[in-house]
Design a protein around this ligand. Structure first.
Ligand code: G1P
Length: 288
């Protein structure tokens, strides 16, 4: 029986340059999709998957996320006085019990692998999940819940994957697929951002992972990979052969909210699914 996944690491130190000037003074993880910031979608997905401890790897100018997960006393007081109970409930909806959210700083932008390594003391000797809040996944159940279910069956390490166009492999970590069983595929190789001509498949890793703590020892080597960064993909690749490693083809729609078009599509898709907004949306947009 595999040890339960109770922790998640959310790397949120990125600069968000693709969204400037919006992200000059606010973190990209606070960009809303409809009315909720990206970081909240990720935390809600984690909680729905039974995860208890949330670890945010932050950087400079990210403090507003700590405020987001805390009381807003002045706002709450005013809403209470005005009898705006629904708004009050919404503003309080993300208040986890004290101690369940921890923040650790990535002091230098050395890559995703380095960001995860920054959380090693908080992760300790336990399996943990990782979610990249830029990758918004709309699924029922959520992608992390689907992965935790797969993990409870398979153990080891699991990455979420989806099929992408060959010309897009250079944007992703890409797996070499082995034996398949339903939605789970054995991973026999992993490479970060391969050129389409060199990609071992078109099965791309999207931002959801369940990892064993041993990955930290590989990250500790600080190997520099694609783009001159310390890549999580390279450390994960070293686990292959040492521990079980699978890809899980999740059910759901993934939006790259780090890009304008992905973020716009996420907004449109969620608005189209919202009973209050869909009619108004239809009056200005024609859906195929
Ligand atoms: C990161 C990972 C990559 C993964 C991608 C998914 O890349 O390094 O392996 O496929 O997220 O969104 P980034 O988008 O940060 O360049």
């Amino acid at each position: 029986m595999s040890r339960a996944v109770k922790k998640i690491v959310l790397p949120v130190a990125g600069l968000g340059t693709r969204f400037l000037p919006a992200t000059k003074a606010i973190p990209k993880e606070m960009l809303p999709v409809l009315d909720k910031p990206l970081i909240q979608y990720a935390v809600e997905e984690a909680i729905a998957a039974g995860i208890e401890d949330i670890i945010l790897v932050t950087g400079r100018n990210k403090q507003v996320m700590e405020d987001h997960f805390d009381h807003a006393y002045e706002l709450e007081k005013i809403l209470q006085e005005k009898g705006k109970t629904e708004a009050l409930e919404i503003s309080r909806s993300m208040l986890l019990e004290e101690g369940r959210i921890a923040y650790v700083r990535q002091m230098r932008p050395l890559g995703l692998g380095h960001a995860i390594w920054c959380a090693r003391k908080l992760v300790g000797d336990a399996p943990f999940a990782v979610a990249l809040p830029d990758d918004l996944i709309v699924g029922k159940p959520g992608a992390l819940k689907q992965m935790v279910d797969a993990y409870n069956e398979l153990g080891g390490n699991i990455v979420a994957t989806m099929d992408v166009a060959r010309e897009d492999t250079s944007k992703y970590g890409v797996i070499t697929p082995g034996r398949r069983s339903g939605k789970n595929v054995e991973v026999t190789g992993l490479v970060e951002k391969p050129h389409p001509a060199d990609a071992p498949s078109t099965q791309a890793v999207v931002g959801r992972y369940i990892l064993q703590p041993e990955v930290m020892a590989h990250l500790n080597k600080k190997m520099v990979g694609a783009g001159g960064e310390i890549q999580l993909t390279d450390a994960m690749a070293q686990l292959i052969g040492e521990q079980p490693f699978h890809a899980h083809e999740f059910d759901g729609q993934r939006f790259d909210c780090g890009s304008k078009i992905g973020w716009l599509m996420a907004n449109m898709t969620l608005a189209a699914a919202d009973p209050h907004l869909s009619e108004q949306l239809k009056s200005i947009v024609t859906f195929k």
